[in-house]
Design a protein. Structure first.
Lengths: 877, 877
């Protein structure tokens, strides 16, 4: 029961204002006005009368006892009460109710359709609004992605120099007009001036190196500082990758402003700055957040989506597909990513629309052509040689590496994030970002592989050595001798050896920096750094294999497959497989990852190596803990997210999980016709539950329905304001007809319209695995527990999450045993979790209750073994 | 209530033997021995003790009142009763129960894992069996698809002639060794002899034409006769495309033998024969059936899958992905097809395994290389020119054509199939096949476009005219003048004009024949004929556009986009878009269709035309009736399939759908502790329901649990055989402890282990849309309806389907208003539906009850409007 109270405190009292004002981080208040501003968009809709009507429709179709014809529905009803059926911030939505609301709305529009041409137009608009909103989302996502790509490219090159002929050109564009055509010298054209050339007037020598070094660090720090300040002041929700929060939102949680227009603006700008600052982060994850912001904002143009939380989430699913589509140029991969990774409720209609949004976004991006290669991504590659069966061994080894890296990264990053939350260090986010940016810049500059943009590094590593390739990685000895027969395996030249060393250093650098970077208060994606680490490792393995095949071509392995001098090994393919493996290890994506990387190459042949590596990486990673980085961050922040991938493998029954527990006060219930307004208000004020079961009478505790706290409060206020004769001792009834009352009693108040007459119930003997399944599949908020028709208790989503956490602590997984979340309390954080934590009523994470230490689950299990639990004894007839 | 009885009759009494023996079609009995044989595979598993244990585990975890530790579970239990928890043929499975069984099995294996090395090995085998079974399925599907491709090719060419140098070569292979290299003469090599050459000794002239004509018809009829006889005698389930039945099976229905080894063998052989016979059918749909047979057969190697119907369906989902993968060479499309079109329960784990199976199958097929082009499909194409925006107009027109064709085809084909079922014509399936084959062959031979294999026709239509193309379709005038500049639009030559006429005739022919062919008693797919129709129409439109662009290049449309002499229009692309549109119109597939066709070309550019056409085609088709051909056939055959795509848009409540209805006898219930064995047997014998709610007592009708008829019967029999002291007047109790009995009473029988203590309940006020949602998402078999904790009635899946059918008849859709299914009764049919119809107890389709004509839904609605319905009055306190 205590947990229920906490639940309420964490959710309800943390309405927007209390969050912002109660925040102990005073700096947050600087931007409060602005934050307020972007919150109001959503809040307006919450409180006006229009928004409320769908909610009351639900009550109609539910509680009205109406016959089947929809046209007669309205006759039976009182006025809809404004506000009934809406949600507070940080609350979980009721999917079933939302879907009912939408069907009711649809029926209404359909029945009116034939009345007039105007109504018909409205119904057409309604029918097409789904396509319109995904089209708009696709267009906007594609355009923003193109903008971000171009801006990030330009600002990234700004760290090295400027284009004198046209300041808005980046290095490559600047040199397009140059006459220098040798590929080695391609990047050195007279129009492009490095900072040393500009300031010192010399391009070579130690002085200019130091000058360039200094300017590189200067720009990196400036960008990083600007990014973190913008995030901090204007839109704290804009930091991080956003995918954990989007997953939570899509699973049916409300975080107002997380997908608002301020978040969109600030995230777009700071994403460019963060990428340009050279930090070890990518723009792919944040692009999904940006696309979801677009989807959310456009959904406000269409009442079908703006007023229904479930429908809005369909748009967001499509938007996240569009986001991945533009991030990787992979429309199909984007749809599967949305399906596999982020979406919770994904009907087929959404699949089709997601696909459409992803395509639209991809085509807009292609028309913008930010990379000048008519491709959607910088690192599009084509390989021309097949792979051989024995190569599966190194591919699988890369998979093992990816899995190990993923497991290590998740552990280390979560440990660091927890430390950041629990220590004073977390209080200085700006300092932290500057520090990390400074270290990154200082260490990155001397190594050419870390100095360049990570996407460009990946491109170079993916690309196979062709005759036109000037990269150090391609300095094979035969090339040095002047022969250009690039289709063969060749002995490596000194360039390759030095590149190998630099790559090894870059690998170590990337591994360390990524751990400290992900979770900073700037927009930071994880895809690109993970892929870079995998690509470096893969390229190293690939070159090693190539040299092995060259020098030991008489080994039985190579002899059979690989003719002397023939091109057996494609080091670029190894880099790609490694990238996929590392990304798979970190995110635990499977199909969508393979499809995304497949779409980068376009060859069906390379799917098998990819699959082998990704499968291995997932299995290896899962052996150390089944959570991907996003699930880990969701758990770290205590979001109420019921993962549909995780299997519930325990044998507990519903009665062991339900509230009230043994020592709790009895379940707070309402009787259907013998409470007065005053008594009802008393119950509501004394308790803090979100809802109350309504029963027949105190004697026969049979269930009638379920009433939400919010709805009761609104309905009573509304009645006292509008209905005459409602006084404190008016009788409240939930039945169809008013109870027989003494002649002098005041006018009774009928609350049937807010009563949910079809609450979900399970019996106390239902195995929890079934209950969890019901919650996941139907998207419930709560479920009542009955025994032989009598109400015993209630199970909420949060009770289930608590229970899962308890079970996890009883039987810790093989390696990771995450500490309980009690310790995290202080500091301004990137995530929304800590915002709750700062609310005065709960210094602990609001979703996890204090454990009743005097009654561990073991004791309860023992009690249960000796018959019915005390809770049951209290309640049974 | 009557419907419930019919339900039972249709399901239960139709156990295998009664179906086979009661069949009024005596010819079926010829093969009964054989059919018996392929049924026993599955039946064995039903009755032995092993199969039963998972079922009782469910009862354990459910009814045992056991504490949370799984190791203590077994202490509480009686011996598991063999047979409890299995299903009869033609029954719906309970997904929730099956999933619980699987989790219990998994827990058991996991808890034993550390006991010994052997147990550890077993647990590893168990963990890997999922991957093993999909790998095997993929291998087998790929191999069978290759075999079918090669055999069908060879037999198809046999209609025209033989290869004298090697009889087992088809025409193309025969001529590979030929020295003739001109492309026009490619097909005429000395080794290949047409029948006229062989028999008459002359290759030209009217005599040889007639001889070839005769031999063509002769072979076509022979193949068709052989195919239909094999199907009829050995495996009646092998006919048709199989996709409607697979959809039904995947939704949780049991049709034993439908995916058995005899079906597999006969379907593989007859598929080759049917394709070779020249009938207007394809092998793509049946390949899905073949792959599912492989999946089902391999799943018997693994107890995890053979003993759990829900897990087996995961394998079948993967298998259907593999089937489409080899049918179209589209692994990703296959997975999405499985997800979008056939699967019901598709968790992410299945997605990943389906993808794997699809890939394995594709690679096996590629290694077999049946088409000699290293491609997975005959009609792989590559286009080299882009498309222009104005071309969207003809593409959308093709979409409209596809939608119209789809709607027309579905209406016509269903009408014809219904006629076949209801008239005497359906009694002579062999004759029908021969007749259709004869007409097809006679009409097809004179036209070169219908004479050739449909796949080859599609290939020719898809392929763009290149300099090497010798087809009549490419006889442009410039080629005739000797210029070979094929990259330009050109004026059409006389060859093109005559080809256009022939194509128009072929279009009409295909349209008519396909309607009569789909539903014949041979394996018959719909994909290829639909695609052929679309490809013909598309190619005609494409050539028309090309000529338009050539002769009117100064039109404002063409002027802007299309330079004079440049190659603007790719007629092959039009053919492809048309094929997608027609297939979309017939099947109403969306994403999967676009992806499948995308995988044929590999160019992302062409997705937009495809999407435009497929979307238009779906919308146009949906305007005439929302069902695709598979859903229409499911409804025609009365399968219990709850379509998850169809929205439930009505406002009925659960109490209007539940049984018993107003005039029915009261709900048959069992009391928890005051029945004797004799009374219980009496209730079971008097009624025919599949299950009974168990209540506290006759006075307080509160719900305790639910017991299945089959389980009760088995448990009583088992008890009387094994437990001493169980006599007819022994008391039966479902409670934890025995009731207090007089001293001289016989030993009571405890049946708690078969009691489902967590039956699903909804309140009587629950809107049916929520109930339908619960049934779909959780895969329920039945759901109890309560009012204030008291049992009122029961809703089964079939009640919902009946209700949907009733509602559909009240408000018929725009164009299609399918007649009620009462009239269909006679004849041996391709589908399993009629097998039930032939059972003596139900001459009507078993799933649809006789409507209570004295109490139409309108009357009921009126009654309801005036308060509670009579049913409720009878039952309330």
């Amino acid at each position: 029961m205590e947990s229920e109270q906490l639940y309420h405190r964490g959710y309800c009292r943390n309405s927007y204002n209390s969050i912002a004002s109660a925040s102990s981080d005073e700096e947050l208040l600087d931007g409060a006005g602005v934050i307020m501003d972007f919150h109001t968009t959503e809040d307006d809709n919450l409180l006006d009368g229009d928004a409320a009507s769908p909610g009351s429709n639900y009550a109609m179709s539910n509680g009205g006892g109406a016959p089947s014809s929809s046209t007669h529905l309205l006759d039976f009803l009182e006025e809809p009460i404004p506000g009934v059926g809406t949600y507070d911030d940080f609350h979980t939505i009721d999917w079933v109710r939302e879907k009912c609301k939408d069907r009711e709305r649809h029926r209404k529009i359909n029945s009116k359709k034939k009345e007039s041409a105007w109504e018909f137009t409205k119904s057409l608009y309604d029918a097409w609004s789904g396509w319109l909103v995904v089209t708009l989302t696709g267009l906007a996502s594609g355009a923003l992605a193109g903008l971000i790509d171009i801006a990030a490219d330009w600002m990234n090159d700004l760290k090295e120099g400027v284009c004198l002929s046209a300041l808005w050109f980046n290095h490559e564009q600047c040199c397009w007009t140059s006459n220098e055509t040798t590929f080695a010298e391609r990047d050195k054209c007279p129009q492009w001036k490095s900072w040393a050339e500009l300031i010192l007037g010399q391009a070579e020598g130690p002085g200019s190196y130091i000058m360039n070094y200094f300017m590189y660090i200067y720009w990196a720090l400036s960008f990083a500082f600007l990014a973190v300040c913008l995030v901090k002041v204007f839109a704290p929700y804009a930091c991080g990758s956003g995918i954990p929060e989007i997953k939570t939102i899509l699973s049916g949680f409300i975080i107002r402003g997380y997908l608002g227009k301020w978040t969109l603006m600030i995230k777009t700008i700071t994403l460019v700055l963060a990428v340009a600052s050279g930090l070890s982060l990518g723009k792919e994850g944040p692009l999904v957040h940006v696309a979801c912001c677009c989807g959310n904002i456009f959904s406000y143009l269409f009442p079908k989506y703006s007023k229904n939380e479930a429908k809005k989430r369909e748009v967001l699913s499509a938007a996240s597909a569009a986001g991945v589509s533009v991030a990787f140029g992979a429309p199909i991969g984007g749809v599967l990513f949305s399906l596999e990774e982020v979406s919770y409720y994904f009907p087929l209609k959404t699949l089709w629309r997601s696909f459409f949004a992803a395509l639209v976004a991809a085509f807009v991006l292609r028309s913008i052509n930010p990379f000048g290669n008519s491709r959607l991504v910088l690192f599009y590659v084509e390989y021309h040689t097949p792979w051989y069966l024995f190569e599966l061994i190194p591919f699988i080894l890369l998979g093992v590496f990816g899995g190990l890296w993923g497991a290590f990264f998740i552990k280390a990053n979560i440990a660091w994030c927890r430390r950041r939350k629990s220590t004073r260090f977390g209080r200085y986010p700006v300092l932290e970002v500057i520090l990390v940016a400074a270290i990154t810049a200082v260490v990155a500059f001397p190594n050419p592989y870390t100095r360049k943009n990570t996407s460009e590094l990946i491109k170079e590593l993916f690309t196979d050595c062709g005759p036109l390739e000037s990269s150090q990685l391609c300095q094979y000895r035969s090339q040095m001798n002047g022969t250009k027969a690039f289709s063969d395996d060749q002995p490596a030249g000194p360039g390759v050896y030095s590149a190998m060393w630099q790559l090894c250093l870059a690998l170590i650098f990337k591994i360390i920096m990524t751990i400290f970077t992900f979770g900073l208060k700037v927009p930071s994606g994880l895809f690109i750094p993970s892929m870079a680490i995998g690509a470096i490792a893969g390229r190293i393995v690939g070159i090693a294999m190539e040299q092995l095949a060259y020098y030991h071509h008489d080994w039985f392995l190579f002899k059979e497959w690989c003719e002397v001098g023939a091109d057996c090994i494609t080091p670029g393919l190894y880099a790609m497989v490694g990238a996929a493996a590392c990304l798979g290890g970190v995110t635990r994506m499977t199909v969508s990852l393979v499809i995304i990387v497949f779409e980068l190459t376009g060859g069906l042949e390379y799917i098998v190596p990819l699959m082998a590596a990704v499968m291995t990486s997932k299995w290896v990673g899962d052996a150390f803990g089944r959570e991907g980085i996003y699930e880990a961050h969701i758990r770290l922040n205590g979001y109420p997210f019921l993962d549909s991938k995780e299997e519930f493998t325990h044998t507990t029954l519903a009665r062991e999980v339900m509230r009230p527990r043994r020592n709790d006060p009895p379940l707070a219930v309402l009787t259907q016709d013998d409470l007065t307004v005053e008594e009802l208000q008393g119950i509501i004020n004394e308790t803090s539950y979100n809802g109350f079961p309504v029963i027949v009478s105190k004697e026969s505790q049979r269930l009638v329905g379920f009433a939400l706290r919010r709805d009761i409060t609104i309905a009573i206020e509304n009645a006292r304001r509008k209905q005459e004769g409602i006084v404190l001792n008016s009788r409240v009834y939930f039945t169809q007809h008013a109870p027989t009352l003494p002649a002098d009693s005041p006018r009774p108040l009928k609350l049937r319209s807010i009563l949910d007459m079809s609450p979900f119930t399970v019996t106390d003997h239902t195995p929890m695995e079934i209950v969890v399944d019901i919650f996941r599949k139907l998207g419930l908020r709560q479920c009542l527990v009955t025994h032989n028709g009598i109400v015993l208790g209630i199970i909420t989503k949060k009770n289930i999450l608590e229970h899962l956490e308890e079970l996890k602590q009883q039987s810790p997984p093989l390696v990771t045993s995450p500490a309980p979340l009690h310790t995290e309390a202080l500091g301004w954080s990137c995530n929304v979790g800590p915002l709750w934590e700062l609310s005065p009523t709960s210094v602990q994470s609001p979703f996890w209750t204090q454990r009743e230490s005097h009654e561990g689950p073991d004791i309860k299990a023992q009690l249960l073994r000796h018959g019915l639990s005390p809770v049951l004894d209290l309640n049974l007839h």
